[in-house]
Design a protein around this ligand. Structure first.
Ligand code: U7H
Length: 280
């Protein structure tokens, strides 16, 4: 039907995206990791032409943070890991232990599938090769995979809306906390976002680092045919939330969104590195 092809996703959804927060239960029921991974983390076309500019931006910024700038420490906690492991490829050589976390069972299971080398696990080999090329030796990608597997020691449940996001577990404060596209998808409004950032920030030891990847100017994103809510955030809101959570922003960089408008209305993907103030 011609009209159908010409209407935006928002319109086709009957405008349901505005304010339609995707609650935790919906994630548990409707979030399909395989569809998500195929849609957002396929690295290139069959002919090898590289097309995933969003992913290469994230990988370059993680490389700058951990390999070039030398952010390191004992433990790194990743909050809202989703079903992905790309976020660990540069940090796995800089921390003794990585703890991956997510709210949904199916995302944690997808990570465990890759850790166990399950043949049904998502193929991250192209992404491993890209990061090894950034580090100067593309041929080291198999060893890189083994290093990631040996460094991810735990895969835990998290809920950023809880004061202790890892409750009922009490985990020692970490040298570094990373979180990619989590708070913007998990928080229904800015008040909740500010509180969630304080909750996540409480997991960082004084002097430790917080690394965030945020979708700016986004109200939804698609996984397969299912729309998911995203909190509409501007750079200034994120910067203020990080500062109010007790961190100094060391550097940040935004990149124009390269997702298809069918997948999301995201304007900018925003990478930020901050350091927790030491109370004197
Ligand atoms: C790309 C991309 N990836 N993602 C991350 C994704 C798929 O949303 C996810 O797996 N998440 C985050 C939400 N999350 C949660 C949901 C409910 C409650 C949670 C309570 N605590 C912690 C986590 C909770 C569960 C894991 C979002 C995008 C994206 C965003 C905007 C525009 C375009 C793309």
């Amino acid at each position: 039907m011609r009209m159908e092809r010409n209407t935006c996703v928002h319109c086709r959804l009957g405008g349901r995206m505005e304010g339609d927060f995707t609650g935790k239960d919906v994630y548990g029921k409707h979030f399909a990791p395989k569809d998500y991974l195929k849609m957002y983390y396929s690295f290139s076309k069959e002919d090898g032409t590289q097309e995933n500019r969003a992913l290469t931006f994230y990988l370059q910024k993680f490389h700058k943070t951990f390999t070039v700038d030398g952010v390191k420490g004992d433990t790194l906690i990743d909050i809202g890991s989703g079903p992905t492991i790309y976020q660990f490829l540069s940090s796995c050589g800089s921390f003794r232990e990585i703890i991956a976390t997510d709210y949904t069972d199916q995302n944690r299971e997808e990570i465990k599938r890759w850790l166990k080398k399950d043949p049904e696990a998502f193929d991250w080999s192209q992404v491993l090769k890209y990061v090894c090329e950034l580090e100067g030796d593309r041929e080291k990608w198999v060893e890189k995979g083994e290093k990631v597997r040996s460094t991810i020691r735990r895969v835990l449940k998290c809920d950023v809306t809880q004061v202790n996001p890892l409750a009922p577990l009490v985990v020692a404060q970490a040298s570094c906390v990373t979180s990619t596209f989590c708070l913007d998808s998990a928080c229904k409004d800015v008040t909740t976002y500010l509180a969630a950032l304080k909750n996540v920030g409480s997991l960082v030891k004084p002097g430790g680092h917080l690394v965030l990847l945020v979708a700016l100017g986004a109200s939804f994103y698609m996984v397969g045919q299912h729309p998911f809510f995203c909190l509409y955030l501007e750079k200034e809101t994120v910067d203020r939330a990080v500062t109010e959570a007790g961190f100094d922003i060391l550097w940040s960089e935004g990149a124009k969104n390269s997702y298809s408008p069918i997948h999301s209305d995201c304007k900018t993907v925003y990478f930020l590195v901050a350091q927790k103030r030491i109370k004197v």
